[in-house]
Design a protein around this ligand. Structure first.
Ligand code: GDP
Length: 318
């Protein structure tokens, strides 16, 4: 069994590759997804990272954006604006069905995990691929900008992640119970993969939950049942391919490079996959006690995702 930690777009792209080699090379795949970006808009519960992973694995994600449903329309959003709503968050008509149903399930007292599993099943994702929210409890990522603390989507979408980032916090994470299957997966997996997601606001909230980081750390010690822990860098040539990961690293005082990401993951990772463009950083990554693996990590197509997943599987098998 493999466990993968994922945020939205970068996470979903590698998750799609891992899913493509399941069950041939991975008997059982558990994808643990960040929920710190979740929020309520127009009374609906939105879970952007979960939806991005589900739509991507179901083959219905918009290939241009990496999120939303391909070919979706915006009649509802247009009408909301006509009625005077401050509709700053893009919601497609078909996408809205997800949010309506999720909100209904949660209102009935059912869990986000149960809804996510049901949604994945109904969209045709095979049974041996499990999509697990990191927690069923509310956790909210907030960003400290010069204008004060902002809710994540306010910073990210409404203000186009243009504000300098001074600090990040995950409200609720100290008391939130991690999703039990997710925690068990980290304790038992043969391989743990950190997808190339934003290390601060996609992987960070997962590691901040009680027991998650410790479970992964423990797998690298002689006291733990050792497994192979692999991370793929989301930073290539000193830049994020998309989104504010580079600005965030800079704002928080980290080095803005694959090496900076590797430093954040020290003690958690055995194999660090960095892009061919960053091959020169390999010796410094080795100095952190990780095995550097130089590969083509830009996933423009499902074939690219699969190839990267195969590369990881081959490295793990060695
Ligand atoms: P978000 O929640 O939608 O921002 O998604 P993630 O946190 O999962 O992904 C954002 C990160 O994915 C950014 O830092 C990007 O640089 C990285 N990313 C996106 N596409 C790729 C890719 O094809 N390869 C790699 N290595 N990183 C990618």
């Amino acid at each position: 069994m493999w466990a993968a930690l994922a945020g939205g777009v970068g996470g979903a792209k590698l998750a799609r590759g891992l899913a493509a080699i399941t069950p041939e090379r991975i008997d059982d795949l558990r994808i643990i997804i960040n929920t710190g970006d979740d929020f309520v808009q127009h009374g609906l519960r939105i879970a952007p990272d979960i939806d991005t992973v589900v739509y991507t694995l179901a083959g219905i994600a918009n290939p241009e954006t990496g999120w939303g449903i391909t070919g979706d329309t915006t009649n509802t959003l247009d009408q909301l604006r006509r009625l005077g709503a401050d509709a700053w968050f893009w919601l497609g008509d078909r996408d809205l069905a997800t949010h309506i149903l999720r909100t209904e399930w949660l209102r009935q007292g059912r869990t986000l995990s149960a809804f996510t599993a049901r949604m994945a099943h109904n969209l045709g994702i095979p049974e041996h691929i499990h999509l697990l929210p990191m927690t069923d409890a509310p956790v909210a990522t907030e960003i400290l900008t010069p204008g004060g603390w902002r809710a994540f989507q306010d910073y990210f979408v409404r203000r186009h992640h243009a504000d300098p980032v001074r600090a990040v916090r995950f409200v609720g994470s100290a008391t939130a119970q991690p999703q039990l299957q997710a925690l068990a997966a980290l304790r038992q997996a043969d391989v743990v993969v950190f997808c190339p997601s934003n290390p601060i606001v996609s992987i960070g909230p997962i590691l901040a939950l009680k027991g998650m980081r410790q479970a992964i750390e423990h797998r690298g010690t002689d006291g733990g049942a050792r497994c192979c822990r692999v991370a793929v860098s989301p930073i290539i040539g000193g830049q994020a391919l998309k989104g504010p990961a580079d600005m965030m690293l800079r704002g928080l005082g980290h080095e803005v490079s694959a090496l900076g990401v590797a430093q954040l993951y020290a003690g958690l990772i055995d194999i660090f996959v960095l892009d061919i463009a960053d091959a020169a950083l390999a010796p410094q990554i080795a100095d952190l006690g990780m095995r550097p693996l130089v590969a083509a990590t830009i996933m423009r197509s499902p074939d690219d995702s699969r190839a990267l997943a195969e590369t990881i599987a081959a490295a793990v098998a060695e």
